[in-house]
Design a protein around this ligand. Structure first.
Ligand code: NAD
Ligand code: USQ
Length: 497
């Protein structure tokens, strides 16, 4: 009997790759709340992309517990250690530093503690644990790593994890690791933690960002496909029989291109010669990002067949909402809320624009039909998936992780009616069908106990309250689209500037 949402399955050890992100953070808290033992892995690249784009989450996810003195730039941080080999920074940086961080022992030692200015932060144990996987690193690599990922960001994550411990009494471990680049550390982590399940959110997930420049196209492919391939190899090399649960996307199917209801992953076909077969639904990506999810799907299929890995691929629709019953328990647990033209997804953008009183940015005719799911259901679906792994030797399990489908202009109308703002039909920065139908099966999750949350005014109000509270943090210059699918689209949109 499969275990549903409240199934009786035993608590599991779960590694959540990408657990600092929009979906990963609330999912980690939900799994921890349900009694699972959670280890978050994240390289904080999403927070670094915010810095690169000059954007920030509308919600204040980054506030570390340390007192800020007039705003800190990364270069204004000096690192001082009792260990001579760590004193690598030029003295002029020390002199200009706003913040000083003292490492009272080497990375491999037990008592790594930090001290910022006079404002002591007792992050000792957590930091030591987080860098446990760095024991084989040389000191200089340790330092580079530290600077690359920014201590501010690191503290922010520690604050989140510490806040969860305070409100729930439960531990979540945080490991700063790049799954696409730090293969040996990934294998070591899996060997040490021996997880039952590994939930894989750790990819560059914005279609517009993936289409911005050749640099972001290449980064998206390298990071996403490299990370997924590393994960399969690492599970094999570690000899741990972990169930991989990957977050895929509805976009692998194209949107309604096959006509009729989109099944869950596989379709029946008649091959040339008349033989019947049930094969992966043809891939029809609409961006470089969506293409990486199609490439991922082939990797899952191959490693399942070749190495009998147990894999579930969740083809998720557009996630909306921000908070969940877990993240509202403390301000420090707040989830991120992206509103900018690259990372903000359509419904959250419209809700933010409605609350700000600016016209809704409907691309083209708004005739695009897409699938939607609330963030609370994302977390529930992940638990259902980890409670219902495929058996060894079974083909990749595929679920459509969606609650409903809606047309973009209908979603815009709901928000416009509620807020009184107008719809602004903008030239579409994307290369996509102007109008499409979309009918998606979600029978598997429903049969396992999911009662999906659908678009609803009360939930709109909840998001609107969050937006109202933090709208002073919004940079209005980041609202219009900033990535274009090709030169023609860029030219058509030039009038937007
Ligand atoms: P996000 O960018 O907020 O979170 C992804 C996290 O992964 C970030 O914290 C990032 O720092 C981390 N990460 C990226 N590359 C990494 C690497 N190489 N090593 C370690 N960590 C890395 O994105 P999200 O909205 O939470 O999406 C999570 C997953 O769900 C993605 O795979 C995305 O494709 C999928 N998904 C998201 C949506 C949505 O609407 N947000 C919808 C469908 C599917
Ligand atoms: N759109 C607008 N106005 C906006 C923003 C978007 O009209 O201001 C339109 C887009 O043109 C598109 C649709 O709304 O037709 C959806 O755009 P989106 O940015 O909300 O979603 P998308 O780019 O498809 O990507 C998001 C997530 C991605 C996930 C995907 C699921 O960022 O990680 O994989 O949703 S799905 O769309 O089902 O493939």
């Amino acid at each position: 009997e499969p275990a549903g949402i409240n199934g009786s399955s035993q608590p599991k050890k779960v590694i959540v790759l990408g657990g600092d992100g929009f979906c990963g953070w609330p999912t980690s808290l939900y799994l921890s709340d349900q009694g699972h033992d959670v280890v978050i892995v994240d390289n904080l690249s999403r927070r670094n992309i915010d810095v690169e784009l000059g954007c920030d989450s509308l919600t204040p996810i980054q506030s570390p517990s340390v007192r800020k003195r007039g705003g800190m730039r990364l270069s204004n941080l000096a690192l001082i250690s009792s260990c001579d080999r760590c004193l690598l920074l030029p003295s002029e940086i020390h002199e200009r530093a706003d913040y000083y961080m003292y490492l009272s022992a080497c990375p491999g030692g037990n008592a790594l503690s930090s001290n910022l200015d006079n404002n002591s932060v007792d992050a000792g144990d957590d930091m030591a644990r987080s860098f446990r996987h760095g024991v084989n690193l040389s000191h200089s690599r340790f330092l580079l790593r530290f600077f690359h990922f920014s201590p501010t960001l690191f503290f922010a994550v520690q604050v989140r994890v510490q806040a969860w411990k305070e409100v729930s009494g439960k531990d979540i471990k945080f490991v700063n690791l790049d799954i696409a680049k730090e293969y040996d550390l990934l294998v070591q982590l899996i060997k040490e933690e021996k997880p039952d399940s590994i939930v894989h959110f750790a990819e560059q997930r914005a279609a517009p960002y993936s289409m911005k420049t050749s640099k972001t196209k290449r980064y998206t492919v390298d990071n996403n496909v490299g990370g997924s391939n590393n994960l399969c190899c690492a599970v094999i090399d570690s000899e741990v029989d972990a169930h991989i649960v990957h977050l895929g996307t509805m976009g692998v199917y194209g949107y309604g291109t096959s006509g009729g209801e989109i099944p869950e992953g596989y379709i029946d076909v008649i091959l040339p010669g008349g033989r019947e077969a049930n094969i992966l639904h043809p891939a029809y990506p609409g961006s470089v990002y969506h293409a990486t999810k199609c490439l991922d799907a082939l990797l899952w299929q191959f490693y399942q067949k070749n190495d009998q890995l147990r894999i579930t691929d969740l083809h998720q629709g557009i996630v909306w909402g921000t908070n969940t019953p877990q993240t509202v328990r403390d301000e420090r647990l707040i989830n991120r809320f992206d509103y900018d033209g690259d990372y903000g997804t359509v419904l959250n953008r419209f809700l933010m624009q409605g609350a700000m009183g600016v016209p809704l940015t409907v691309y083209g005719t708004g005739g695009q039909t897409r699938a939607f799911i609330h963030i609370t259901d994302t977390a529930r679906c992940i638990e259902i998936a980890i409670n219902n792994p495929p058996k060894a030797g079974e083909r990749v399990e595929i679920f459509n992780q969606v609650a409903e489908t809606r047309r973009v202009r209908d979603v815009a109308k709901l928000v416009a009616d509620q807020t009184g703002v107008e719809m602004n039909l903008l030239p579409n920065p994307r290369q996509e069908a102007a109008e499409n139908e979309l009918d998606v099966s979600n029978k598997k999750f429903c049969s396992l106990g999911l009662d999906p949350i659908t678009l609803d005014e009360a939930l709109f109000n909840e998001v609107t309250e969050v937006v109202q509270k933090y709208k002073h943090r919004c940079d209005p210059t980041k609202i219009l689209p900033a990535s274009f699918w090709n030169k023609k689209r860029a030219e058509e949109c030039a009038s937007l500037d």
